[in-house]
Design a protein around this ligand. Structure first.
Ligand code: PGA
Length: 250
């Protein structure tokens, strides 16, 4: 099980450090074998990494450049993130796809960059409400997987996050059954494509995960944890979600 917080474009430096400290303390007390990561804004990565050093909490970035290095103003490379001690990089988040025009091809290159610098990419996929209503969940999600993982030949260092776009930041959550069904589709696709390494990929659910719904979601087969946005900005609530992940596999 793995629970990762996506802080998005939130927190001052002081808030980021305090949040990291609270999460590190709470996760250490929870004493579980659930993997835990936090993804602060780039500018607080170093401060958060220092604050979580020696704790079970890993640090990740919310994005990574598709380019290796050079004249790409404003970009941050996988090598830099790795140099900083990051473990994870979120790639292809729906906000990046929708607001910054990231295509599956770009996400595929970002995934390769992350992998080649020792980062674990958290590759996000998910359908919109219109696509769900049109019965296109399987086509959309498998299409995104096949495009976004086109350059990978092994899945052993890849994490996939299923994040239905209509559930992100809306307070609306997929029902445990909807999560289970889509995770099963993703598992089948990963296993067909990558064999044993695909069968072992951690598939996170994301979209309004909170302490109150985490238990039901995490108890579903193939839901191997969560990618948590809004609720990751509160240390206590986030740690409660980590505890739910631990309970789910007891
Ligand atoms: P949310 O965001 O938990 O606020 O819905 C999830 C995400 O975007 O990763």
């Amino acid at each position: 099980m793995l629970v990762v917080g996506n802080w998005k474009m939130n927190t001052s430096q002081a808030e980021a450090v305090a949040l990291a400290a609270g999460v590190a303390r709470g996760v250490a007390e929870a004493d579980t074998d659930v993997g835990v990561g936090v993804c602060p804004p780039f500018v607080w990565l170093e401060a958060v990494r220092e604050r979580t050093e020696g704790s079970p909490v890993q640090v990740g970035a919310q994005n990574v450049s598709s380019e290796e290095s050079g004249a790409y103003t404003g970009e941050v490379s996988a090598a830099m993130l790795s140099d900083l001690g990051c473990t994870y990089a979120i790639v292809g988040h729906s906000e990046r796809r929708a607001l910054y025009g990231e295509t599956d091809a770009v996400v595929a290159t970002k995934t390769s960059r992350a992998l080649s610098h020792g980062l674990t990419p958290i590759v996000c996929v998910g359908e919109t409400l219109d696509e769900r209503r049109a019965d296109q969940v399987e086509a959309v999600v498998t299409g995104q997987l096949s495009g976004s993982l086109a350059e990978a030949d092994d899945a052993s260092r890849i994490v996939v996050a299923y994040e239905p776009v209509w559930a992100i930041g809306t307070g609306e959550t997929a029902t445990p059954e909807q999560a289970r069904d889509t995770h099963a589709i993703i598992r089948r696709w990963l296993t067909d494509r990558f064999g044993a390494s695909g069968a072992a990929v951690e598939i996170l659910y994301g979209g309004s995960v909170k302490p109150g719904n985490a238990d039901d979601l995490f108890r579903q087969p193939d839901v191997d944890g969560g990618l948590v946005g809004g609720a990751s900005l509160d240390a206590e609530g986030f740690v409660e979600i980590v505890r739910a992940a631990a309970r789910a596999r007891e």
